[in-house]
Design a protein around this ligand. Sequence first.
Ligand SMILES: Cc1ncc(COP(=O)(O)O)c(C=O)c1O
Length: 449
Amino acid sequence: MSSTNDILEQDNHLIQSFADLNALKQQGARTVISRAEGPYVYGSDGQRMIDGIGGLWCVNVGHGREEIISAVADQLRTLDYYSTFYNFTHPKAAELAAKVASLAPGHLNTVYFGNSGSVANDSAVRILHHYNIRKGKPEKRIVLSRTGAYHGSTHLAIALTTPLYSEGWHAARDMVHHLPSSHHWRDGGDMTEAEFLDYLMATMREAIEHIGPDSICAFFAEPIQGAGGVIVAPEGYHKRALEICHEYDIKYVADEVVTAFGRLGHFFASEDVYDMVPDIITTAKGLTSGYQPLSATIVSDDIHDVISGPDGMFMHGMTYSGHPAACAAGLANIAIMENEGIPERVRTTGKQFESILRGLMDIGMVGEVRGSHFMIGIEFVKDRATRESHAPEKQVGLKVAQACQRRGLIVRPLGNVLILSPTLIMDAPMFDDIAAILREAINEVATAL
Ligand SMILES: Cc1ncc(COP(=O)(O)O)c(C=O)c1O
């Protein structure tokens, strides 16, 4: 096994994602994760840490599950690779497509596989453009998204993401219109939550009327915005937004890359949590619990009927769409979730986790603990009454995350917010450990500020 120094030497050739590449050149700035088991990961120095972010909101069934590992190995021995191009298919892609369709709500019955959440969202837009062209409405191509959204990092997905991420990049922004943030606590001013919801719906309607519904193909929304800081929209937001979309013949795309496969206590959150059935669901991450790269763009019968109508090709494809090993991982992962009743269990354990972390609100620096089940954001403020933020250069989130890591807990900093999205297999004693570490780390940073 290579020493940490050898690994770091080689790592100089690796470009990390969403990283300050200059800062990473500093001694000791990188963390090497060498192995993982259950809810834990181990650093190259042997330090055991609770994986408080589930890899990257993805290792839902926990690390090291033999069932998935052997399903992948068996599949590679049987059929290592074949494409789903032209008229080809293979058993695992077919089986997983049918399984995902059976878990997805109502009329969402066909699946396009990709290998990342970004690609799932790109594919949704490609499919909707194709759909509208076939319906004789090629100009219906603009996408509505929201401030605070994260939809991925391909050229199009970053354009769908909150504008901050593509400032100065000229990503495909002319194809995207961002609606206001739906974060009541931060952006609701003096409005009650119900008034804020009315305001957001009125803004959505105004934007549609202004742009022209004949130019808009879709509205993209995460059930809970994740990487934007775990932002929960006002109660009833998604259902009312869907009604407005349908009134104007706009398709609703629910980005369930994070919220699906148990994180909020159900295989999909759209219908079971938010009582609405979108036209497309995109998902990835928990679909394989991260053991293999795989995403799904699940489309409604209406959309599929049009794109599979006579006279015309579906001009979209990727070499690894429906990769056999990735689909085998997906099937084994879903089998674990079903056999162990993971989504059902999360309805209890996730609520306990949420409530224990909400207990941190008694620390002065904690402005808001938000989110749901195993998807939690903790925002730090300078002054709780005014909600004034710490200056970015104070790097409060980063400092708390580093203090947590020294104590054996990995969390994800995002400005003044800390994100927790652990594996779904943890239970109460570990929640207490996590809360105790967070409390110590937050107090340490607060004292030093
Ligand atoms: C809601 C959401 N959509 C899309 C993506 C992009 O997924 P990927 O990183 O697999 O491209 C992410 C990634 O975190 C996400 O959180």
